[in-house]
Write a protein that binds this ligand. Structure first.
Ligand code: UT7
Length: 329
């Protein structure tokens, strides 16, 4: 019997309307458009505005976009995995909220927490349910409202992040298309360089933690940069070697969008020309779990059946990984 692969058969995306430009950031902190663009490649990012709006609201828009494109009834979806670092609430899982709001009443699911690598982790998990034959329709979401945990007085961190959501539908494929291989890694010792200090069980929220701004992202940018630049390139090279892929046979690099310099280093390591690399960091910044599916969403019309895609990410944790996909449509 032919092996069942989990193929991506539809893509959805959503970015909020509000555009936070570098020029506006200049009015909020001591920075310049020139510094931000030259050090990160970012010109603007999207911000979700509105009282009571959270990650689930963006995810629902992305899911509806996907379902409408394919004409699928939300009740057909059997499972939803939501990768996010900014869940609506500590509990219940944002996946539950999304299922409720989008009418996916026959689905079960949960959240995956792996920071910027979360979408790759969730994609690999979701594919297992397809490969084993357990489910026929699984939605994997990457979403973050990074603005909800951003200290806009911290110029070293706040400039790179934005809000957004993307999602994919996984379905079984027996013709050799879909998710072929994944290399996923974690190194918990890296947690000191990138984390949120308070609000968890170690340091629950108090007046003091709020006053000390400990509910925002804490990042030692340079240290993270060094690990990211090496590990994202290493793991992308690793997945190429494991699957006998070359610069000629890889059609697309789909990289996490944290910093244009990290993207360039990964592409250089793979010997890929710029036209094979998906880059939208200049418009969306770093949407954490949203970056990879948002790239697929934007490039969907350019992708061809049989294209070889290498996805690669690095993020807090540390977490990192790479996935090889043979595009199915
Ligand atoms: O996606 C999850 C994983 N995260 C990442 O992959 C992020 C990795 N890190 C980075 O992308 C970069 O480290 C940042 C973009 C966050 C920072 O860039 P950097 O080139 O590493 O800057 P730096 O923190 O080393 O700072 C260099 C200089 C410093 O000035 P001095 O001490 O040399 O005088 C900073 O104070 O640039 C200064 N600086 C700024 N100046 C203007 C830092 N941030 C800013 C700013 N505007 N926004």
């Amino acid at each position: 019997m032919q092996k069942i692969h989990a193929a991506i058969t539809a893509v959805g995306g959503y970015v909020p309307e509000y555009i936070l430009t570098n020029a506006e950031l200049e009015t909020m902190m001591d920075t310049t458009d020139e510094w931000i663009q030259s050090r990160t490649g970012i010109k603007e990012r999207r911000i979700l505005k509105g009282e009571g709006k959270g990650s689930s609201d963006m995810a629902v828009m992305a899911v509806q976009n996907l379902l409408e494109k394919r004409g699928i009834d939300p009740k057909e979806i059997e499972m939803v995995i939501c990768a996010t670092t900014t869940p609506d609430m500590q509990f219940p899982a944002t996946a539950n909220v999304i299922c409720d709001k989008a009418g996916m009443t026959n689905a079960w699911g949960y959240d995956v927490s792996a920071a910027c690598s979360g979408f790759l982790f969730a994609l690999t998990i979701g594919s297992q349910f397809i490969e084993t034959g357990r489910h026929k329709k699984v939605i994997v979401i990457g979403v973050d409202k990074m603005s909800s945990i951003m200290n806009y007085e911290d110029r070293k961190t706040a400039i790179i992040f934005g809000d957004g959501a993307g999602c994919v539908l996984l379905e079984p494929n027996t013709d050799g298309y879909g998710l072929i291989d994944s290399v996923l890694r974690t190194d918990g010792s890296g947690r000191v360089f990138l984390h949120q200090k308070a609000g968890g069980s170690v340091k629950p929220a108090t007046l003091e933690t709020v006053m000390n701004k400990e509910h925002y992202v804490y990042q030692e940018g340079q240290a993270v940069f060094k690990f990211a630049v090496k590990n994202m390139a290493d793991v992308a090279a690793d997945i190429m070697a494991r699957n006998n892929l070359t610069a000629e046979t890889v059609d697309w690099l789909v990289p996490h969008q944290a910093n244009k310099r990290i993207i360039n280093a990964t592409a250089d390591r793979m010997n890929l020309p710029a036209e094979k690399v998906m880059v939208n960091i200049e418009r969306f910044g770093n949407t954490t779990n949203g970056t990879l599916p948002l790239c697929l969403w934007e490039w969907e019309s350019k992708l061809k059946k049989g294209d070889n895609l290498v996805l690669a990410a690095f993020g807090g944790g540390f977490t990192w990984g790479s996935t090889y996909i043979r595009w199915a449509y």
